[in-house]
Design a protein around this ligand. Structure first.
Ligand code: BYC
Length: 331
């Protein structure tokens, strides 16, 4: 393990500083080998810090942008009860963003800078949120498939080697379980409704299935970050491994829903003991990552607008904090 994490000690450092670097590296290697946790004040290799900052900030951005497709349906929810549930879910996503921005800040990046990178189009967020939510059934499919994929990906992240990230994931996963159940329940009710409602549920599952599978990231042989992230105990399983587990979970649940997955090639491979699925369109995935998905421009425009609309709140909060600090100073 030590050799995977080793960074060369810069020669321009003083002998004392070099010694501190070596001791820090040895400590870090031991913590990773013991499968324990690195905390914000611990020494960590610069590449580990950057990898985490990349993943955690992208994750935070995904939560915030992920509010948009569902928020669009709050005013159109079919009953007061559905409206209240959907509103609670969208608020949860904002909370997830806050936990994750806080975790990312412990890596030395300000929230303002992260947010600026997002609205400048320099930072990524999950591909899934660049698809439109065109019917009420999409609220069911997002909850069931998208939050389902999120749980499958994020439960192992509760054991991520970086303490603040792992701890944030524990609460997020609990809330995601509620989200998935509410999506499942929307689909179940539609599926047991009129033929038109059942068809609406099936259409939504048909549209969200492949994008949900792509949430797990590119295939393993095209995933530049996985190997190192797994060696550092950030990721615990590869993208393909998690995708295969997810397919297995969905195969069982879709039967209860009385719907089908739009993939005739799904099968359990008895030799590898893994679920396999049909081919995915990775060119479409690349296009979405390059900003050419169906809703990329709309999502970014909405995010920029929301940031501008919120400027007065940030200014008021900063003025209040300054006043409080002044009072404390005077006392
Ligand atoms: N979308 O080497 P790889 C939610 C990028 S929120 C966009 O495999 P890694 C929810 C990847 O960043 C769901 N980009 O990367 C919220 C890398 O590019 P860079 C969000 C993707 O990091 C509201 C490149 O492709 N979940 O559930 O080892 C409402 C190569 O990939 C995607 C998380 O963020 C993608 N799908 O693995 C409802 C979970 N996939 O950065 C629900 C935490 C890959 O080198 N993140 N890329 O330029 C992770 O687990 C990992 O970062 C990933 C990717 C599995 C996503």
């Amino acid at each position: 393990m030590a050799s995977q994490n080793l960074q060369s000690v810069p020669a321009e450092l003083s002998p004392e500083e070099q010694e501190r670097e070596r001791a820090g590296q040895a400590y870090f290697d031991r913590i990773i080998a013991e499968d324990s946790r690195i905390e914000p004040r611990d020494w960590m290799p610069e590449a580990y810090r950057r990898t985490l900052l990349r993943q955690v900030s992208q994750h935070a951005h995904s939560e915030i942008i992920g509010m948009q497709p569902e928020a669009n349906w709050i005013t159109r929810a079919p009953s007061l009860k559905r409206k209240a549930i959907l509103m609670a879910k969208v608020q949860d996503e904002a909370g997830h963003g806050l936990y994750l921005y806080s975790a990312a800040e412990t890596l030395g990046q300000s929230r303002d800078k992260m947010m600026q990178d997002l609205i400048d189009g320099k930072a990524r967020y999950s591909s899934i949120f660049n698809y439109p939510a065109v019917s009420w059934a999409d609220m069911g499919a997002i909850g069931w498939l998208v939050d389902g994929a999120a749980i499958c990906n994020q439960v192992p992240l509760c054991r991520a080697s970086y303490g603040p990230y792992g701890r944030a994931m524990v609460r997020i996963c609990k809330e995601e379980s509620f989200h998935q159940r509410q999506g499942f329940e929307i689909l179940l009710e539609l599926s047991n409704g009129t033929p038109a409602q059942k068809q609406m549920a099936q259409d939504a599952v048909n549209r969200w299935y492949a994008p949900a599978l792509m949430m797990f990231g590119p295939p393993d042989d095209d995933s530049p970050n996985s190997k190192q992230s797994m060696a550092w105990n950030i990721k615990r399983f590869s993208n393909d491994e998690l995708r295969s587990r997810f397919v297995g979970m969905m195969v069982e649940q879709v039967r209860v829903l009385g719907l089908t997955l739009p993939d005739p090639e799904i099968r359990f491979n008895e030799e590898t003991k893994k679920w396999e699925h049909g081919p995915l369109d990775w060119n479409e995935f690349k296009d979405v990552l390059a900003g050419k998905g169906p809703c990329n421009a709309q999502r970014m425009e909405r995010r920029r607008q929301a940031h501008e609309d919120g400027a007065w709140v940030r200014e008021a909060a900063a003025a209040y904090a300054a006043k409080q600090a002044e009072k404390e100073h005077a006392a």
